[in-house]
Each structure stands twice: as structure tokens, then as C-alpha cells.
Design a protein around this ligand. Structure first.
Ligand code: NAP
Length: 324
């Protein structure tokens, strides 16, 4: 423990966690994010050995933080971190896996169900006073149970989605991943297939890969055209894994039935994003892990990672061992 070590926090964290960190380190707190145009922030960054929850850690930021030893993300995805740049400087990077897996899988199911059963659309319908007679076929949804779900990215969250699909909804599970997941095949009867076969056969396509150079724009018009016209596309990964303009085209031309989106290329989503104009697209504001309990656990784990890093121990969720 050393109050001489400087820690910059760039995300709102629960008070108890902030207090604990402040009792151990010299903390500068920027709950609304890094302020790279603020000279005071730059002074704090210049003396920081730890950085918690930055929106972005790239060359530009790292050049302003010469003493940095560790960057701790409060999320499992770490596409906001330039891992190569961090590693080159010997700076550790950490994330918060596992603690958010079930919560995120629940969110995916919530928006999948909302899209299939038109929950958000029909909520608006009722509140707008349009429910004046018994509803008819025009407003019917589609079943989820006993259908086929295709999961792209069968990692921790992908598996938790497969579990819910198989045992909660009696669904057939297809998956595409860069490596086979024999455990998921055994536990959930998941069937490995090519991306194209998954797209052709699934009633619900769930995208759950991390955002990397390989997955950027993974789903575009070609892929959406392969989907069934009756199928629903769900994105829980990151906005950039989908070519948004292509998704708009696919929806406009009825190539798919609808979509459910937790993530967008630009967040917060721009009010004139055409995706917001479709009744058959469920949109939520990146809420995958957003429950009180889970966000607390994520902050706790991120704090533990940074504590270890600043105390010269190996953090439990080190991403870049090469930095050691
Ligand atoms: P994970 O356990 O690392 O799973 C990622 C899976 O994607 C792995 O199975 C991986 O395959 C696979 N994959 C990676 N690159 C691929 C590629 N090019 N082609 C095919 N498959 C590929 O991570 P997780 O904890 O499940 O989280 C996954 C992602 O979900 C995160 O990175 C984040 O972007 C997103 N997420 C979003 C929210 C939200 O709020 N919407 C919340 C949490 C997470 P291998 O096993 O072969 O490496």
C-alpha cells in the first residue's frame, strides 16, 4: 500500500470502492471520462502509475502517461485498449471477465424475446392509445421456443446464451467460432458449423464475438442476405462488428424479419441513426452488463486488478502477459 502511487480513475465507480482505493493510493477521479483537453487532467496523467476505466488507451494517451504500469478496464471487451502499444511499453492491461457473463446473456435473451414477441413495439402501441380492439395477426410475434439459434462467438457469454436457449427454450443451438468448443457441444448439444451455414439455418442469429481486426464488419449485406427472411439478428458484441449501413439496407428490403441491438458504431447512438426508425428493431443503450449487482462486481474486480498491478503482483485478469 502506498499513498505515493498515483491512480487516475476515468469512470464512475461505486463510492465504497472509490473510498477503498483512495485509502491505498493517491486517487484523481474523473467520473465522466478522460479530459485530454484539461491541463489538470494531463498533470495527473503524467504522474499516474495506474489508470482505471479509460474510454480509450492508445498511443496518444500513453504518450502523456510515462509512468503508467497498469490500465484496468471495467469491462470484458477491451477493443478500447491498444494492447500492442501497452505491451511495447511494458504496461499491464486487465479486464473483468466472468462476473458479467450471466447478466449479459440475460440481456441478450431479453432483447431477443422483445424482438420476437414485439414487446417494445407493442408497449408503445398500448401507451399511444392504439389498443382499441382485440389485436389481430398483424401484431402477432413469432415463437422462440423450439427454434434454432445460431451463436457467432461461443465464448463465456456465448455459452451462457446457449445454456438458456437449450434448457430454457428447448432450442437447437448452432455455433460458429474460430475454435471448436467441445464442452458446449457436449453440454448444450451445440452444433459447430460454418458462418454461412449458421446464417442460412438459424431463426435467431446472435453475434457475441469481441471486436478485433478480424471481426470488424463481420456481418454485412452478404451475410444478412444469407439469413432467412423470417430470422432476427441480435448484436451483443460491439457496434463495429456489423456494417450498420448494410443492416439498414437489409431491414429496408425485408431481407430479415428484424433485429435487436445493444451496441452501435457510435455510442451514445446518434438520434438520426436510421436504425432507430424501424419498428422491428429493438434498441437498448448498451445495457449488456448493466445491473446494479454486476456493475458493482465489475468495479470490484477492476479495482482488485489495479491494486495487484500497483503492488507489484500479477493481476488476476492480466490480458498481456508479454508486458511483464
Ligand atoms: P470470450 O469468452 O473471450 O469469447 C469470445 C469468443 O469469440 C471466443 O470463443 C473466441 O474464440 C471467439 N472469437 C474471437 N474472434 C473470433 C473470430 N474472428 N471468429 C470467430 N470467433 C471468434 O469473451 P466473452 O466474455 O464471451 O465476451 C465476448 C464479447 O462480448 C466481449 O469481447 C465484448 O465485446 C462483448 N460484450 C458485450 C457486452 C454488452 O454490454 N453488450 C457485455 C459483455 C461483453 P476462441 O475461443 O477461439 O478465442
Amino acid at each position: 500500500m502506498s499513498l505515493t502511487k498515483h491512480l487516475v480513475i476515468c469512470k464512475k465507480v461505486p463510492e465504497a470502492i472509490l473510498d477503498e482505493l483512495a485509502s491505498q493510493f493517491h486517487v484523481s477521479y474523473y467520473p465522466d471520462g478522460e479530459e485530454l483537453d484539461n491541463p489538470e487532467f494531463l498533470n495527473r496523467l503524467a504522474e499516474a502509475e495506474g489508470l482505471l476505466g479509460p474510454k480509450k488507451a492508445d498511443e496518444n494517451l500513453l504518450n502523456k502517461a510515462p509512468l503508467l504500469k497498469i490500465v484496468s478496464n471495467i469491462s470484458v471487451g477491451y477493443n478500447n485498449l491498444d494492447i500492442a502499444a501497452l505491451t511495447k511499453r511494458g504496461i499491464m492491461a486487465t479486464n473483468t471477465p466472468d462476473v458479467l457473463t450471466d447478466t449479459t446473456a440475460d440481456t441478450i435473451f431479453a432483447i431477443l424475446m422483445a424482438a420476437a414477441r414485439r414487446v417494445a413495439e407493442l408497449d408503445r402501441f398500448v401507451k399511444q392509445g392504439k389498443w382499441v380492439k382485440l389485436i389481430n395477426e398483424e401484431l402477432f410475434g413469432i415463437d422462440v421456443h423450439h427454434k434454432t439459434i445460431g451463436i457467432i462467438g461461443m465464448g463465456r457469454i456465448g455459452e451462457a446464451i446457449a445454456k438458456r436457449a437449450r434448457f430454457g427454450f428447448d432450442m437447437n443451438v448452432l455455433y460458429y467460432n474460430r475454435s471448436r468448443k467441445l464442452g458446449a457441444e457436449e453440454k448444450y448439444g451445440a452444433v459447430y458449423c460454418t458462418l454461412d451455414d449458421l446464417l442460412k439455418q438459424s431463426d435467431f442469429v446472435v453475434l457475441m464475438t469481441p471486436l478485433t481486426k478480424e471481426t470488424e464488419g463481420l456481418i454485412g449485406l452478404r451475410e444478412l442476405s444469407l439469413m432467412k427472411k423470417s430470422a432476427i439478428f441480435i448484436n451483443g458484441s460491439r457496434g463495429e462488428t456489423v456494417k450498420e449501413a448494410d443492416l439498414v439496407e437489409a431491414l429496408k428490403h425485408g431481407l430479415i424479419r428484424g433485429a435487436a441491438l445493444d451496441v452501435f458504431t457510435k455510442e451514445p447512438v446518434e438520434p438520426d441513426n436510421p436504425l432507430l426508425s424501424f419498428d422491428n428493431v429493438v434498441t437498448v443503450p448498451h445495457i449488456g452488463s448493466a445491473t446494479k449487482e454486476t456493475r458493482y462486481k465489475m468495479a470490484e474486480l477492476a479495482a482488485e486488478n489495479i491494486r495487484c498491478g500497483l503492488e507489484g503482483k500479477i493481476p488476476p485478469n492480466l490480458i498481456n502477459k508479454e508486458a511483464l
